[in-house]
Design a protein around this ligand. Structure first.
Ligand SMILES: Cc1ncc(COP(=O)(O)O)c(C=O)c1O
Length: 414
């Protein structure tokens, strides 16, 4: 396997170390092949809001598998999942299930291009929407609008159709919409940017994007692959009150099995084949095992509404870490929303990707290894957020706080 992995971050290059190998996991604990038990704050990068191997999810998967692993024929369970999503996120008037977040974003963009007859896409530096050609583009040298591909193998023609603005910078968006509005198919945004650490939208920023999209006739797409069902039983649009035309989901809606969903205005979604002329399909789309895991996860979230409790646990953890950082004279920001938080070594609040890039990433590496030594597993990159789940116990959080206190003290003394 190239780099020994099937997805690059797992290789631990960002933290300069040999990666861990997983044997099994339960609740908040991940067991490595060499028998170490780690309290997991990566949680598969977000899907596992109920923790690893939640009994309801495991039972649903086992029962579904026993009935057959794939039919490529529609099931009642797919309809139930689509209806559950639609009821929670009413702007998703029609829902199509796909197999990953990447696929959901690719499909949303194709629908936007098909429906508007336009080519260009406006995204934000530091927002990640999966690895489709037109999405692997970021701002060159921090200059908005000059797009360069973030990967070899992305044709110039794709990169050239992707305009990049800085997150939270209205002037970038205004300028790009003025210059390219006539050919702009969509503005695509993570409503809460959670792939550059965690950057919250400034007050009114998402409403401003809605206005700008309307101003030029482009669609507004929310990438809710992380935000979907993470902060409330719905998507961030329920919290911020801004309604996009299309929404992409993934992660939580599959409970740890491969899934994605794209949905939105009926007139747009009905452009998709077989009704319309925008093609998208998939042998394993709406796979019965993924759908069973997703349904079990969403039903549990709907029944228990654990969001306040998740937030309380997360706040308790981040408040204790912030206190330990202050005591040890270490500049540390912990932007937090609901059950996710980021770790940024700086004394300045973070509003942009550029600001995150300028922070002390060497300190993150030191911290990552110190915590790993004490049995705490963070996501292995300063650009990823930490995820809590309903399975994290107060005792595990106390253990985590103690490990952080020791790690920050050692960093202070070093
Ligand atoms: C916001 C966002 N969109 C899209 C994706 C891509 O999803 P997937 O990895 O399931 O293809 C990710 C993955 O981390 C993501 O965080």
């Amino acid at each position: 396997m190239p780099g020994g992995v099937n997805s690059p971050v797992r290789a631990f290059r960002a933290v300069g170390a040999e990666p861990i190998f997983a044997r099994q996991a339960e609740g908040a604990l991940l067991t490595t092949t060499d028998g170490r038990q780690l309290i997991d704050y990566c949680m598969s990068f977000g899907p596992l809001i109920l923790g690893h191997a939640h009994p309801d999810v495991v039972e649903a998967i086992a029962a579904a598998a026993a009935r057959g692993t794939s039919y490529a024929v529609t099931t009642e369970a797919e309809i139930e999942l689509a209806e559950l999503i639609q009821a929670a996120i009413p702007s998703m008037e029609r829902v199509r299930l796909v197999s990953s977040g990447t696929e959901a974003c690719m499909t949303a963009i194709r629908v936007a291009r098909g429906a508007t007859g336009r080519n260009k896409l406006l995204k934000f530096g530091g927002c990640y929407h999966g690895h489709a050609d037109c999405l692997l583009v970021k701002a060159g040298s921090g200059v908005a609008g000059i797009a360069t591909a973030s990967s070899a193998g992305v044709p110039h023609v794709c990169a050239n159709n992707t305009l990049v603005a800085r997150y939270n910078q209205r002037e970038d968006v205004e300028r790009l919409v003025s210059e390219h509005g006539d050919d702009l198919a969509a503005i695509l945004v993570e409503p809460v940017a959670a792939n550059m650490g965690l950057v919250l939208p400034d007050e009114g920023f998402l409403a401003f994007l809605r206005e700008q999209a309307d101003r030029c006739g482009a669609l507004l797409i929310f990438d809710g692959v992380i935000c979907g069902f993470r902060f409330c039983f719905g998507e961030y649009q329920q919290i911020c009150g801004v309604t996009p035309d299309l929404t992409c989901l993934g992660k939580v809606i599959g409970g740890g099995m491969p899934i994605g969903a794209v949905g939105g205005r009926a007139d747009l979604m009905e452009r998709l084949a077989p009704l319309g002329d925008v093609y998208q399909g998939g042998t394993l789309s709406g796979n019965p095992i993924s759908v069973a895991a997703g349904l079990a996860t969403l039903r549990s979230l709907q029944k228990d509404q654990p969001y306040d409790e998740l937030e309380r646990k997360t706040q308790r953890l981040t408040a204790a870490i912030a206190e330990a950082a202050r005591t040890n004279g270490i500049d540390l920001q912990l932007p937090t929303l609901g059950s996710i938080f980021a770790i940024v070594f700086t004394d300045q609040p973070i509003r942009s990707f550029e600001a995150v890039e300028l922070t002390r990433q060497d300190r993150f590496n030191t911290l990552f290894h110190a915590l790993l030594e004490s049995g705490i597993y963070l996501p292995p990159s300063p650009f990823e957020v930490c995820f809590l789940s309903t399975a994290h116990t107060d005792a595990q959080i106390d253990e985590t706080i103690a490990a952080w206190q020791t790690a920050l003290q050692e960093m202070n003394e070093a």
